[in-house]
Design a protein around this ligand. Sequence first.
Ligand code: AMP
Ligand code: FE
Ligand code: FE
Ligand code: ZN
Length: 297
Amino acid sequence: MPLSIDLHSHTRASDGSDTPTELIGHALQAGIDVLGLSDHDTTSGWAEASDAVAGSGMTLIRGIELSAQVIDNIPGAIPRSVHLLGYLPDPHNPRLQNETERIRRHRDDRLRLMVDRLAVDFDITWDEVAAHIPPGATPGRPHIAHILIEKGFFEDTTAAFAGPLRGDGPYHVPHYAPRLRDAIEVISDAGGVAVLAHPYTGERSGAVNHNAPIEQILAAYQVFVEAGLAGLEINHRENTEAGKEVLATVAREFDLIVTGSSDFHGAKKPNQLGENTTTPQQFERILERATGCEPLS
Ligand code: AMP
Ligand code: FE
Ligand code: FE
Ligand code: ZN
């Protein structure tokens, strides 16, 4: 049996529904051999996950999913949000700590503003939302979704995100995030391996304009590769099929690491552990490149 390697998952330290201990339990049940823990903008789930994985036979790759943004060099361009996975960075690296603290602080302000706007039309309060965000966790729109669902306004997270939580709607407030090039440098400086998460989920998504001719796409990616981008998460349920082909061409051109992952969020999303996986060969390349901390088992 080949190893089952799933390098992207979330806990209650960000917008997942499992505690780190529950996540490890679910991954063991799902037959995962190597699990990447990648909460948004925090390493606060690492300690509990490390304890839970000890002696289990499974390997834990400590990671993070850093919020970042890309702004096209055209007048009036609106920043696009992108996510950068960082594997095995040094959690004590000052630049990584400062940047994640800054993002979390701005996310907190932004979520309060969104609740203020929503409270005009929906009977919700900040105290209700805050009550189920654990200390140190990264606040996000799914925490508002939780209360909107609990109070009967929406059936599930998907419906809440299709409604008032959508990114182009009147209630939305953006939050600070570093430019992608800087985010790649933050991860690399901390000895981590930078892999672009779900890089091509649709028409106007991702770090570059994927509708451009391939030469332009490659030129755009070159900037990120030169900043230290090591890989692309190609096998992810939200990448389009056409997008995966473009991304495979980019990966070949720059000899990038190719990963596949579930992006498991527990009960909050349909993604199931192990639904996409990374080959042992590609996983080895991550281990060879990482210098920030060690895999744990
Ligand atoms: P935020 O980081 O606060 O902007 O919220 C985005 C997060 O919400 C992402 O990390 C996703 O995991 C989650 N999310 C986005 N869209 C959906 C959706 N349609 N259903 C469930 N979760 C979603
Ligand atoms: Fe998420
Ligand atoms: Fe993501
Ligand atoms: Zn994720």
